[in-house]
Design a protein around this ligand. Sequence first.
Ligand SMILES: [Zn+2]
Length: 295
Amino acid sequence: MILLPHVLALLLLAAPVPGDPAPRHALPDGMESAPWDAFWVDQCKERLEAAGMTEGYYFSPHNRLQSRRITRTETIYCHVPQAVVWSRGPTGARYGGFTMVNCAMALAMARFEVIAQEEARKVFGDALEAPITYITHVGTYNCRTLRLKSEKQSQHSFGNGIDITGFYVRGYGAIEIQRHWTARWPALQKGSLFLHNLVARLRAEQVFTNILDPTWDGYHANHLHIDLAPTSDGLPSVALEKAKASPVSASAPPREGAGRAAAAPVEIPFVGPEAWLVREAHGGNPATPPLAPRP
Ligand SMILES: [Zn+2]
């Protein structure tokens, strides 16, 4: 069959189709099990599809292992299994900044976004199906320990957390955690109500393991830290189990064991801030978004 040139051009211009997640990463030498194994999702792509994610993301081809010396004798290993680079969620909301999370976290974020839209409609009116057009954050993946407990590895090391700073609601404007969490003026009250309702519902529905808001400590004055840590009070996280068991799209054929073979280890020593990841994922130019904007 001969494809006409304009048909070929149309095919090439079609929205980027997410590929398959990278296979499981081999363990670093001397490690018997990896903390990131807890986040592995079977049939990741099919579950994302069932959650409404057919576009607006891709699986990172730079699915590496990073190591970082935190003291003279201790090294932490960081890795995002099935790394999903996210630019637009299932309701069409766009994400500012570089957003790379593991598959379980991406599934929880899909649920988070649907809930955020519903709560926004309750506060700002239901004239729009999806009033939130933009979600801002100050970080997803970051190979580091907790800020106050230098020996404990942060969930951000596994792409298992996001620090949300605000939302943009069409017809209302920006809602910032910093300004709106505690409404000091009447004009901020609607935004504040939305944030508190959203957090209350995310907690009630156990969408995430931890949601740290500005009442937690001074580090969280300007953002909500949300994560899918594998345990909560020593027990397995209900939120993580729910995310991993989210529905599979009906059209998807079963892919038992797909992507489970370990890839050859690629050891990348930590050489500096995470900027290199952003540069590589964006083809060398951090100012270029990974996907074309939705018209
Ligand atoms: Zn955080």
